[in-house]
Design a protein. Structure first.
Length: 152
């Protein structure tokens, strides 16, 4: 009888060790599965046109719980948050806005560098120099005006 009890105790200890090993293995597999799903989600978000490391992509990584394909992610982001909606239009609008800004800058540069066609009188030049705070040019123009008056 004692022999049977010893065998039963040994069998139970072996069973406990086997159960412990199975639990550890399950934890390992759950950890690997979690990492795999995280990588799979990051790849799907990137395929959908978002950066999974920042901004909208990072938010999607936390918010999205559906299927891990780029079309579903795009649809979810567009419907719920308005992200990624018609990127062609945004790109076209941004390109047009950029062209307008560049053209306006070019126009401003031309206007600044332009010289009036009709001759500017000495009084206008003096007034402009004073308005600009260029006192040396203003004084030189006044001296030129005084010389011109004395030579007449």
């Amino acid at each position: 009888m004692e022999n049977e009890v010893e065998n039963t105790v040994e069998d139970m200890q072996e069973d406990n060790n086997a159960i412990k090993q199975m639990r550890e293995r399950i934890k390992e597999l759950e950890s690997v599965e979690k990492e795999f799903k995280s990588v799979q989600m990051a790849n799907a978000i990137q395929d959908a046109g978002f950066d999974p490391q920042s901004g909208e992509g990072k938010a999607l990584k936390d918010l999205y719980k559906g299927e891990m394909d780029s079309d579903s992610i795009k649809q979810f982001a567009s419907e719920n948050y308005g992200w990624g909606a018609s990127p062609e239009q945004v790109t076209e609008q941004e390109a047009q806005r950029s062209r307008v800004v560049t053209s306006q800058d070019s126009l401003d540069t031309v206007i600044e560098a332009s010289v009036p066609v009709e001759p500017v009188g000495i009084d206008d030049q003096i007034n402009q120099a004073q308005a600009d705070g260029d006192w040396q040019t203003s004084s030189n123009l006044k001296a030129d005006k005084l010389r011109a008056l004395t030579q007449k």
